[in-house]
Ligand binder design. Structure first.
Ligand code: FES
Ligand SMILES: [Fe+2]
Length: 406
């Protein structure tokens, strides 16, 4: 079976799920109908789905010795709040861990290690939420969400002392459930700031997209400091073919122009990308100007505030979850005023096309520890120095993590 080309109909998200292994990345956009997105992979021919996945995995190992640790310390938005109703639980594998996330009847989120200390059942598969506790599906031992302590064993009068399961610190902000992951003790040096506009419902949810990217996590935020790439891959208009721009007539509709800067902020864990966008209609008329401030907050979360005189104001939240050392799940959620509903469909489509251009590079590049950087690329050097704060002496190396988990 060959998988050089396939189609995703956004109308049918289930089709997207079925095709996930064909191309190793997916995207779909809620609330968008009638868009047909063609994903072509002209250079990838695989004899089977598994061979395709393995080919990409193995190619990712080129230069693996140079890779930074796969799981930097920080907050990770591992689940969208809307995916878990009161009384529901789910299992997640990420950051080299197996977790159960559940929402109590009182609407509180708890995250615990997934495997029961008794006989090892997965609490996230069939576990029952009872008040603030989660009950194991196998023998019904009960664990308290606030500290992971076992509070009840239905067929015994006493619970063996110190029977507990690891509890993970979590918070729920801007439509995501975040977990704190750090190899350095329990101190949490910074928090995820709330968006005032989203909290007050001034801006409401309009849609999302989701991607799986084969690369090291650091490659994705590095994009915001890579000022030269905007011109190279984001200038073509969103309906023009990215690689064969001269062959596509729609290219003559116009092109995007970007001015970008990147700098770390006083709050050590935050860095800021500022972008100015204009569209040159027919290559001449300037329109659709837009100012973007993207705050990279920690290793895996971005809050984008966009202001456009043409479209209005909107915000995007980006989370990255390392599913495996070299497999990242990326989610974008879009918020704007309710009056912007029709235009948001177009803007989400545009952002998806732009992100996919980066994704095509990330999926096939190798990580260079000592890249040949020009004077004009000093922001990349600064970015790597800034991002290094999220690795600490105890961070598990890429080699160690892949040896134990793959
Ligand atoms: S395995 Fe969980 S209670 Fe026995
Ligand atoms: Fe980019």
């Amino acid at each position: 079976m060959y998988c050089c080309k396939f189609q995703i109909w956004l109308r049918k998200p289930e089709v997207v799920k079925k095709n996930v292994f064909l191309y190793c990345h997916i995207y779909h956009m809620d609330n968008i109908t009638d868009w047909q997105v063609l994903c072509t992979s002209k250079n990838v021919r695989c004899k089977s789905k598994l061979a395709g996945v393995n080919r990409l995995r193995n190619s990712r190992l080129i230069g693996a010795k140079e890779l930074p640790p796969p799981y930097p310390n920080g907050w990770y938005g591992i689940l969208e709040s809307s995916k878990l109703k009161a009384g529901e639980s789910t299992h997640m594998s990420c950051l080299g861990e197996h977790l159960i996330i559940y929402r109590s009847q009182g609407n509180k989120i708890y995250i615990l290690d997934a495997y029961c200390p008794h006989l090892g059942a997965n609490l996230g598969i069939g576990g029952r939420v009872v008040g603030d506790n989660i009950e194991c599906p196998f023998h019904q031992w009960s664990f308290r969400g606030s500290d992971g302590v076992c509070t009840n064993i239905p067929y015994s009068t006493c619970v063996p002392p110190a029977t507990k399961i690891k509890k993970w610190t979590s918070t729920e902000v801007n439509g995501f459930v975040f977990v704190w992951y750090s190899v350095e003790g329990s101190e949490i040096p910074w928090a995820i700031p709330k968006s005032v506009e989203v909290e007050s419902n001034k801006l409401i949810y309009h849609g999302r997209n989701e991607f799986y990217v084969h690369c090291h996590i650091q490659e994705i935020p590095e994009n915001g400091a890579d000022l030269a790439h905007f011109r190279a891959i984001h200038n073509d208009n969103i309906v023009a073919e990215c690689r064969n721009r001269k062959k596509n007539l729609l290219h003559w509709l116009g092109y995007h122009q970007w001015q970008a800067s990147w700098s770390p902020l006083e709050d050590r864990h935050i860095a800021e990308t500022r972008l100015n966008h204009i569209f040159k209609l027919f290559g001449k008329i300037q329109c659709f100007s837009m100012d973007v401030i993207g705050k990279q907050i920690g290793p895996a979360y971005v809050h984008l505030v966009l202001h456009s005189p043409t479209f209005g104001n909107f915000q995007i939240f980006q989370t990255i979850t390392p599913v495996e050392p070299l497999l990242q799940k990326v989610v974008h959620r879009f918020y704007a005023s309710r009056f912007m509903a029709p235009i948001m469909k177009f803007l989400i489509f545009g952002e998806t096309v732009m992100f996919e251009r980066d994704l095509n590079i990330w999926n096939h590049k190798m990580y260079r520890n000592n890249p040949m950087l020009l004077m004009e690329e000093s922001s990349l050097k600064k970015f790597r120095k800034w991002y290094a704060q999220f690795y600490t002496v105890n961070s598990k190396s890429f080699q160690l993590e892949t040896n134990t988990n793959w």
